[in-house]
Write a new protein. Structure first.
Length: 465
């Protein structure tokens, strides 16, 4: 039976719950990027070039992304076997604990290089919990969504991510405004990290009052719970769908983090561009525009289709990627605020396709392995895509790019963004359109039904011939 086309109270609470969870995900990740110029001095040896030190800190962001598949595989597997609701509480609780520990870390001045090692370990654990958070939470919310509003609801919960970046930027700007540079290095960064625990309490309260996903309840009643949901992702015919999602997500990760992983570096230009407070506000404005764009893109995909809309969007990225970075770089060089605002609006337009991701991924995997498929399909893109800092460094070393950039990396991230857009476009050539499917229909092959109807319409004599 098709789902109702109006939002129930439980559906709304599931949306809000995952919106908060994903917002917290982004908030935590944003703090690493936004505070990178400070964290360099807190956890990294003063030896080495400024560019190398920045890359090393951004590398910890990549560790968090690359460890997500572990959490997605672990928590997604159990969500498909025992249900979504309990694990939603468990994953968000783990995130809260890691947030508190982030504010208690020792510094390089205290224990030397081991401070960076401990920081990396914490980022790895955070990635595991967030990998589980995505696998369980996004699946849970979309399984409550009416079929004709899945894109819109997916865009809403995905928009929690850029909004989390906005709050991260605002909190950092506020703390840095209220303290001195010396205070930020001494203890301000600790305060900023610990603030990440605040949304956890609200998310825990909401999730403790939710009911189990209706799609999981139906699957359990129908005996469709699988013994090995994670391993079944790698068996035919599901393997082909998983590989298509893997390349789809890898391309998106390359495009996305090439923009926001290097936007702070471009805007500040190692002290030659905008100041700390100004660039964090510009950064926050860009992400607020992305927040609006995610919602619009998800809504639009319910009308146009997920596949064709995103393919056209990838073509847009290829054309406008380099010009956006060019505008941002020259705005920072000239310290031209209005040019920077224009550039950040353009940068936000490079992120919109993420608004389709929750609905699209849920429509690619059947209920019996959906949490594992959504979580690991999403997070596995980080296995290749999350190491964007290394790819950008490699592109920066290409002679003709180095000749254009000199000491400032702005063209090299644009090159990696273009590569990601091409990967996503090509992956969609091997994907069906999914917006019309009911979730319980996903994974059902249709060779018999369509053929039977065609043969029934043919006169017997022609059928024999």
């Amino acid at each position: 039976m098709p789902q109702p086309q109006s939002l129930t109270k439980d559906a709304k609470m599931a949306m809000i719950s995952q919106f908060l969870g994903f917002m917290l995900d982004a908030y935590d990740m944003a703090l690493v990027l936004i505070m990178a110029p400070i964290l360099v001095k807190v956890f990294i040896s003063p030896k080495g070039s400024a560019a190398w030190q920045y890359i090393v800190i951004v590398f910890t962001y990549s560790i968090t992304m690359a460890s997500r598949p572990i959490g997605s595989a672990l928590f997604g597997r159990y969500a498909d076997k025992i249900g979504r609701r309990f694990l939603l509480v468990f994953t968000i609780g783990g995130v809260g604990i890691m947030s508190v520990l982030g504010g208690l870390l020792p510094t390089y001045a205290q224990i030397g290089v081991w401070s960076y090692v401990v920081f990396c370990c914490l980022r790895l654990m955070m990635g595991i919990f967030f990998g589980g958070e995505y696998a369980v939470g996004h699946t849970f919310a979309i399984e409550y969504a009416p079929q004709k509003k899945r894109g819109q609801i997916g865009g809403f919960i995905q928009s929690g991510f850029p909004l989390g970046y906005v709050f991260g930027s605002l909190v950092f700007a506020l703390v840095s405004f209220l303290t001195t540079k010396e205070a930020m290095l001494a203890y301000g960064w600790r305060i900023v990290f610990v603030t990440g625990v605040i949304p956890v309490f609200l998310a825990l309260y909401i999730r403790s009052n939710l009911h189990e996903s209706p799609e999981f309840v139906k699957a359990k009643a129908g005996g469709k719970i699988e013994k090995s949901p994670f391993l079944n992702l790698f068996k035919r015919p599901q393997l082909f769908d998983f590989l298509q999602v893997f390349f789809f997500m890898t391309g998106l990760f390359l495009t996305d983090y090439s923009v926001y992983g290097f936007l702070p570096n471009i805007l500040t230009l190692k002290g030659r561009g905008f100041g700390t407070t100004t660039y964090s506000l510009i950064y926050g404005f860009a992400l607020f525009m992305a927040f609006l764009g995610y919602n619009f893109y998800g809504w639009l995909s319910d009308r146009t289709g997920r596949k064709i809309l995103t393919q056209w969007y990838c073509a847009f990225l290829v054309v406008f990627g380099v010009p956006v970075f060019y505008v941002l770089y020259h705005a920072a060089v000239a310290r031209n605020l209005w040019m920077a605002i224009l550039g950040t609006v353009m940068a936000a337009m490079l992120k919109l396709s993420w608004g389709v991701v929750p609905a699209y991924l849920c429509e690619r995997f059947p209920t019996g392995r959906r949490a594992a498929g959504v979580g690991f399909g999403y997070s596995s893109g980080a296995l290749l895509g999350a190491w964007f800092s290394a790819y950008v460094w490699w592109a920066h070393k290409i002679p003709f790019i180095a000749a254009i950039e000199k000491q400032d990396m702005w063209l090299s991230p644009a090159v990696i963004l273009t590569v990601g857009a091409v990967m996503t476009f090509v992956s969609l050539l091997y994907s069906p359109e999914t917006k019309h499917l009911e979730l319980h229909e996903v994974g059902q092959r249709e060779p018999a039904s369509d053929q039977a109807e065609d043969l029934a319409a043919v006169p017997p004599t022609m059928a024999v011939a």
